[in-house]
Design a protein around this ligand. Structure first.
Ligand SMILES: Cc1cc2nc3c(=O)[nH]c(=O)nc-3n(C[C@H](O)[C@H](O)[C@H](O)COP(=O)(O)OP(=O)(O)OC[C@H]3O[C@@H](n4cnc5c(N)ncnc54)[C@H](O)[C@@H]3O)c2cc1C
Ligand code: SF4
Length: 811
């Protein structure tokens, strides 16, 4: 007769242990599972996408009832075990049913911590742990209203995002002054807060909840400073604690969790424990990856193989808020004795910090770009010596010098038991076996058969490389990537569909192309807004909510939260009156720093957000308009003094620079665009590292395109030579229009030209004179609507300072 195994807790860790056990020895036990919840086993980590409306309950089921039946497992759902009789080796359920065991597996998970403040038990106060909690939140969100989420950790933020997506007005209350303090350092936490604010969430930081108020139902939350916040729903997401009550009652040794050894055995040799309820070598875990490692070890011992050991886990965290890329792992704070490698690009919302000690990577925080998260995590877990490539570490695996083959080589070198998908605990060997044994060809098939890459998607690249490696020539990864994870359509598809189907708004595009998410993400929304603006000039109304914060505020946000204001200085030539006006503004608003930019503009740094409208008003009065220094737009035309003043000058570079800037300013483009005009080949205006550069020569002007400075300097390509200023202006506008219409959003001119080829651009602009003229006309037409000073409206006193909408035309 088979031995009897009883599992208490039909959750992720317990059922994973059974799955592993069935692989090793399917006939070893007669198995009974008790689950307090009324469902089969589901993927708890995907409750957040269910709350956000991105997935359904059906989507997140891991094992339905048929699976239990097929494997001969007796499943008792909705039945909480209330008693363990260790002497008789028997468990008893709340409904009086019982089951005997030879071996018992405890996997009771955690219980959410509830702040013991007055009113915590009022109707309308919920936690975020299971399907019932999600149902309660969805019902509350059905009637709109205000939600307060207490707790600015992973769960709190995912709950807040979900409720906001369901139409609630959400405030997150956090006791500290930075979010996710257990996973993020201050700069990353700050970027995260801003990103969530731009999605409509409100934050109340460093706030201590004193009571929850209401009579029959929650009405609000009171804080220790006496303030009160109205609420129709309160979500407590302030932490979890291991669910040890049953184990304690049974006399098992527990501290914070049920204490287990390296074989996942408790102090009773017949009883094992896995998951969030256990404490192993003093550590408890709240993420699935370590629990799956425990499950494997535990199964090995339940199958009487007896050799596996669990040494503890290094953990990594990702936030599942669509469109926010965030990863944190290991010792991310660093400090004395550690080296910190930091890359910051606030304009693009990218922050990367790697913490290194003794040439080993021991921590990482990534915000905005998590492409290399799995690689960093692997380096950490394998304690790889990074000395040889430390100088390129921050730039990712593709910059190791073997790019192109680097990924494939890395994947080939991975051990079979190296974990690829952390969310579902799938290792390389399992994926390779599935591809070969089941004849899989596509990413979707691998997802369906192995669950790898089907949760947060961060391992998709590795899975694709495995497909390529195993199938060789039979597999070709899609050459063109989709616009973002919300869709399978490429940038080009989307632009074409917008034009062909006369789609005129972001929601219309999302609906028409059946986006996977109801309202897009921070990658696709700005792109769609730009594509619509470009396709329907004059007709499409700019969607401020789809713009990055700098473009919404019409100023560049700085690392201390203040803004920088840069007026336009046409061609870099100014007047005493303009300088006086700028000086007066700087004095009046006590602007801490006034600085010249590399593009010959004057930057007022340290302006507070609430001061912006008044600053703009004063600058406007002196005739100054926005320099668009914050936008994906035409920025500056840098000039040298040229033949007007210079001994060497052959052409009037400042005159041309001013005309160019008057022609092009205000144009929204896929990425920032800089222009430059030098009066002779000595090139003092550095025109040959600009997107569009002009160099005066004896016979006229040389036109250069596709240059840029920055991290990766690229000198321009010569497009051709012309004789007159009028020709330069036509080429400039035609070039910009071609770039506007055909480059992908966030693609600068240099990579665009490299992608489509200089020959193509020459053919469209030089060889096809008529086509050039048409592009020039379309540019002029579009500029009629684009040359609107976004600052000017602020001069109207009736307008609320927060509404930075461009409506007044100048020039
Ligand atoms: C909203 C949310 C988002 C998350 N996101 C992530 C993420 O992005 N990444 C990540 O790694 N982790 C995430 N987690 C954590 C992850 O889900 C847990 O670590 C994991 O589910 C724990 O597995 P477990 O089996 O230990 O506990 P659980 O999955 O909670 O399973 C325990 C089960 O035992 C049942 N039970 C308890 N007591 C009894 C009893 N006496 N009798 C019968 N049944 C009982 C419970 O009802 C429950 O169904 C998230 C968790 C939540 C709630
Ligand atoms: S580029 Fe030529 S014209 Fe312009 S400042 Fe330099 S030397 Fe003079």
């Amino acid at each position: 007769m088979k031995d009897k195994l009883v599992l208490i807790g039909n959750g992720m860790a317990g059922v994973r242990t059974l799955e592993e056990l069935l692989k090793l020895d399917p006939d070893r036990y007669g198995i009974t599972v008790f689950g307090a919840e009324p469902f089969g086993n589901y993927n708890r980590i995907l409750l957040s996408p269910v709350l956000a409306g991105e997935k359904t309950l059906q989507d997140i089921l891991l094992n339905d009832r048929d699976w239990y039946e097929e494997n001969g497992i007796t499943l008792r759902t909705g039945c909480e075990v209330t008693f363990i009789d260790r002497r008789r080796r028997r468990v008893v359920g709340a409904d009086g049913s019982g089951a005997e065991y030879d071996r018992l597996l405890l996997a009771t998970g955690s219980v959410p911590f509830v702040l013991p403040v007055p009113g915590h038990d009022l109707p309308g106060v919920v936690t975020f742990r299971d399907i019932q909690d999600v149902d309660r939140m969805l019902v509350a969100a059905g009637s709109g209203g205000r939600a307060v989420v207490i707790g600015g950790g992973l769960l709190g933020l995912e709950a807040a995002n979900g409720l906001a997506r369901q139409g609630m007005e959400v405030t997150v209350v956090h006791v500290l002054d930075t979010l996710m303090e257990r996973q993020l350092d201050r700069p990353a936490a700050e970027l995260l807060r801003r990103s969530l604010e731009s999605r409509g969430l409100t934050f109340r930081m460093a706030a201590r909840t004193q009571a929850i108020v209401g009579e029959e139902r929650v009405r609000g939350v009171c804080f220790s400073d006496g303030q009160e916040l109205a609420a129709d729903l309160v979500v407590m997401a302030v932490g979890i604690r291991p669910n040890v009550e049953l184990a304690q009652q049974a006399g098992l040794y527990c501290e914070r969790g049920v204490v287990v050894n390296d074989t996942m055995q408790t102090y009773d040799p017949r009883i094992y424990a896995v998951g969030e309820c256990v404490q192993h070598r003093s550590a408890t875990y709240g993420l699935v990856a370590p629990l799956f490692e425990q499950a494997k070890v535990c199964a090995n011992h339940l199958a009487d193989l007896g050799y596996a050991r669990y040494p503890g886990s290094v953990t990594a965290t990702r936030l599942k808020v669509t469109g926010i890329e965030l990863f944190s792992a290991g010792d991310y704070l660093g400090g004395e004795g550690y080296d910190e490698l930091v890359y910051q690009d606030p304009g693009h919302g990218v922050y990367k910090k790697l913490v290194v000690k003794d040439d080993r990577l021991c921590g990482a925080v990534l915000f905005g770009d998590t492409t290399d998260a799995s690689w960093y995590f692997q380096l950490m877990r394998e304690t790889t010596d990074v000395d040889a490539f430390r100088d390129r570490l921050l730039f990712g695996q593709a910059h190791l010098g073997d790019s192109g083959h680097g990924g494939a080589a890395t994947v080939a070198a991975m051990a079979d038991d190296a974990e690829v998908c952390g969310c579902n605990g799938v290792c390389k060997g399992a994926i390779v076996r599935a591809i070969t044994a089941k004849g899989l060809f596509t990413l979707e098939e691998v997802r369906a058969h192995t669950k790898a890459s089907s949760s947060c998607g961060s391992c998709t690249g590795i899975v694709e490389q495995l497909l390529a490696q195993v199938l060789g020539g039979d597999y070709s990864a899609p050459e063109v990537k989709p616009l973002c994870p919300c869709t399978t359509f490429t940038h080009e598809d989307v632009r074409r569909v917008i034009r062909e189907n006369a789609l005129k708004s972001v929601p219309e595009v999302i609906r028409f192309l059946e986006w996977k998410t109801p309202d897009g993400c921070q990658v696709c929304r700005p792109a769609l807004n730009y594509y619509l603006l470009c396709a329907w000039p004059g007709e499409y109304r700019d969607d401020g909510q789809s713009r990055f914060i700098n473009e919404r505020a019409h100023a560049n946000i700085q690392r201390d939260g203040t803004y920088s204001v840069v007026p336009r200085i046409w061609g870099g030539v100014t007047t005493p009156a303009e300088l006086k006006a700028i000086a007066e503004v700087a004095e009046k608003f006590q602007v801490p720093t006034v600085k010249f930019t590399g593009g010959q503009r004057i930057d007022l740094l340290g302006v507070k957000k609430e001061q912006l409208p008044a600053v703009w008003r004063d600058l406007n009065r002196a005739g100054l308009v926005s320099g668009h220094a914050y936008g994906k737009a035409v920025r500056t035309v840098k000039t040298c003094v040229g033949s007007e003043w210079c001994w060497f000058g052959t052409q009037v570079s400042t005159t041309l620079g001013i005309r160019l800037e008057r022609l092009c300013w205000g144009a929204w483009t896929p990425h920032k665009v800089k222009l430059g005009v030098s009066g002779c080949p000595r090139n003092c205006a550095e025109a040959t590292i600009k997107d569009f550069g002009v160099v005066g020569v004896d016979s006229g002007w040389e036109i250069h395109i596709g240059g840029n400075g920055g991290v990766k300097v690229r000198a321009t390509d010569l497009l051709g030579r012309v004789k007159t200023m009028e020709e330069v202006l036509e080429y400039a506008s035609a070039f910009l229009q071609l770039y506007r219409e055909e480059a992908r959003y966030l693609e600068r001119t240099a990579p665009w030209i490299e992608r489509v080829g200089l020959g193509y651009v020459r053919q469209r602009l030089v060889e096809d004179a008529r086509g050039r003229g048409t592009l020039h006309q379309r540019f002029l037409e579009s500029q009629q609507y684009a040359q609107i000073d976004p600052w000017a409206e602020q001069a109207a006193p009736a307008v609320a300072p927060a509404e930075f909408v461009p409506v007044v035309r100048v020039g």
